[in-house]
Design a protein around this ligand. Structure first.
Ligand code: PMP
Length: 428
C-alpha cells in the first residue's frame, strides 16, 4: 500500500473525512486522495515520491507555478521580521495600491484571510448599503461556505450531491434567490417582480465551480443593466477569475464593471488571503469609516501580503497572461483533437488560464444543466488513468482546471500524449 494511503488512514482519526476541505477527499472520483510532499514549477510530488504535472495549482493561487524562487525569497526574508503584528504595515498600503491599479473598478479594498470572508463581507456591505435583504445568486456558482450562499451551490457541494447545506437557517435561505447561470431573462423577470427588495446580484463572471463555463454574450452586461435600473449592487466574485482570466480579471476581459469585487487565491500567492472592495461610496460604509462591521485578526498579514504582492508584481509583466492563455488553448484544443481521433465525445471550455473538459456529445456546455448532464463515469476513469500517467487534474468533474506560467511546451505536450493514450484506452 502507498504512503498516501497510510497517511489518509491516520488523518481520518481526528480530521472529519481525513481532509480540511471536502473536495480533497476524492469523493468525486473514488479512491484515496494523494498526500503531497512538495511542489516546484508545474509539478507536484506526492508522499510516495511520484511527480505529477499539476493542473490544480492549489485550486488557483499558483499561477506562477509552485515555489517560485522570487516569492520564496521574498517570504523568507520577511518571515525573519516577525509573523504578525495586528497593527498596520506599509505592505498593506502597497497591496491596496496594486490591487486598485490592476482592477480599476476598485477604489477602496479591505483584506481578509479567505475567499469566503471576502464574499461574506461583500454581501453584508451590499445589504447594509441598500437597506435590502434579498440576494440573487446562480445555480452551480460557489462563493465559499457563506450561509446565505450555500444554496444550490457548486464545487464540493455539487460533487457530493448535496447542493444545499443543513445548518443554514431557513429564514436566511429564503432571502437567497437562485437562478440559472447565463439566463438573463430569468434575472429580468425576478427584478420585474421584486426588484425593490434585491440588495445584490453575486456572480462568478466565469463559472469555475461547476467545471468551467464562461458567460454567454449579453449575460454580464444584462446583469449590469438590471442592477442599475433597480438600484441593486452587482458583485463579481473574482476569487477564482481575478488576475487569471486577464490581468484585471473577468471584468477586464468581458468589459463589464461591477460595484463590488471579491478576490482570493492569486492575491495571496498561496498564502491564506482574500479581499473585497469596489466603489468608494459603497466601501465608505465599511467600519471604521462607516457603520457596517467587518474585521480580522490576521487580515493583511505581512507574510501573506509579501507573497501576494510579489505574485501580482510578477504577473503584471507584459505578455504574461497572453502566454498562459495560449498554453491553455493549446491544451484544450489538443485534448479535443485527440479525443475526436479516438472516438471519445468531448468538448472543452476555457477563459484565459482556466479551462474545463466535458465528456458529452451534446456540444458546447453553457449552463448548469449541461455540466451536470455530462458523463461522470468516463470522467472518473479519465482522471485515474491520467493520474497513472503522471498528470494531476482536479478530482471532480465540477471543478475548473488551471494552467500556470510554469506550464511550458514540454508539460503541455506530455499532458497531451498522456491524454491520447488514455482516450484510446477508454475507447477500447
Ligand atoms: N468564490 C469562488 C469563486 C471560489 O472558487 C472559492 C473557492 N474555491 C471561494 C469563493 C471561497 O474561497 P475560500 O475557499 O478561500 O474561502
Amino acid at each position: 500500500m502507498s504512503r498516501s494511503h497510510d497517511l489518509f488512514s491516520a488523518a481520518q482519526r481526528h480530521i472529519p473525512g481525513g481532509v480540511n476541505s471536502p473536495v480533497r477527499a476524492f469523493r468525486g472520483v473514488g479512491g484515496d486522495p494523494l498526500f503531497f510532499e512538495s511542489a516546484t514549477g508545474a509539478y507536484v510530488t506526492d508522499a510516495d515520491g511520484k511527480r505529477y504535472i499539476d493542473y490544480v495549482g492549489s485550486w488557483g493561487p499558483m499561477i506562477l507555478g509552485h515555489a517560485h524562487p522570487e516569492i520564496i525569497a521574498a517570504v523568507t526574508e520577511r518571515v525573519a521580521k516577525g509573523l504578525s503584528f495586528g497593527a498596520p504595515t506599509e505592505l498593506e498600503t502597497l497591496m491596496a495600491d496594486k490591487v486598485c491599479e490592476l482592477v480599476p473598478s476598485m477604489d477602496l479594498v479591505r483584506m481578509t484571510s479567505s475567499g469566503t470572508e471576502a464574499t461574506m463581507s461583500a454581501l453584508r456591505v451590499a445589504r447594509g448599503y441598500t437597506g435590502r435583504d434579498k440576494v440573487i445568486k446562480f445555480e452551480g456558482n460557489y462563493h465559499g461556505h457563506v450561509d446565505s450562499l450555500l444554496v444550490k451551490a457548486g464545487s464540493g457541494m455539487l460533487t457530493l450531491g448535496e447542493p444545499s447545506s443543513p445548518g443554514v437557517p431557513a429564514a436566511l435561505a429564503e432571502l437567497t434567490i437562485t437562478l440559472a447561470y447565463n439566463d438573463i431573462e430569468q434575472v429580468r423577470q425576478t427584478f420585474d417582480e421584486i426588484g425593490d427588495q434585491i440588495a445584490c446580484v453575486i456572480v462568478e463572471p466565469v463559472a469555475g465551480n461547476m467545471n468551467c463555463i464562461p458567460p454567454v454574450q449579453g449575460f454580464l452586461d444584462g446583469l449590469r443593466e438590471l442592477c442599475d435600473q433597480h438600484g441593486a449592487v452587482l458583485i463579481f466574485d473574482e476569487v477564482m477569475t481575478g488576475f487569471r482570466v486577464a490581468r484585471g480579471g473577468a471584468q477586464e476581459r468581458y468589459g463589464v464593471t461591477p460595484d463590488l469585487t471579491a478576490l482570493g487565491k492569486i492575491i495571496g500567492g498561496g498564502m491564506p488571503v482574500g479581499a473585497f472592495g469596489g466603489k468608494r461610496a459603497i466601501m465608505e460604509q465599511v467600519s471604521p469609516l462607516g457603520p457596517i462591521y467587518q474585521a480580522g485578526t490576521l487580515s493583511g498579514n505581512p507574510i501573506a501580503m509579501t507573497a501576494g504582492l510579489k505574485t501580482l508584481e510578477l504577473i503584471s509583466e507584459p505578455g504574461f497572461h497572453d502566454r498562459v492563455a495560449a498554453q491553455t488553448e493549446r491544451l484544450t484544443q489538443g485534448m479535443e483533437e485527440r479525443a475526436r481521433a479516438a472516438g471519445i465525445p468531448l468538448t472543452t471550455n476555457h477563459s484565459g488560464a482556466m479551462f474545463g473538459i466535458f465528456f458529452t456529445d451534446a456540444g458546447p456546455v453553457t449552463d448548469y444543466a449541461g455540466a451536470t448532464a455530462c458523463d461522470q463515469d468516463t470522467f472518473r476513469r479519465f482522471f485515474h488513468a491520467m493520474l497513472e500517467e503522471g498528470v494531476y487534474l482536479a478530482p471532480s468533474a465540477f471543478e475548473a482546471g488551471f494552467v500556470s506560467g510554469a506550464h511550458g511546451d514540454d508539460e503541455i505536450s506530455a499532458t497531451l500524449d498522456a491524454a491520447e493514450k488514455t482516450f484510446q484506452a477508454l475507447a477500447g
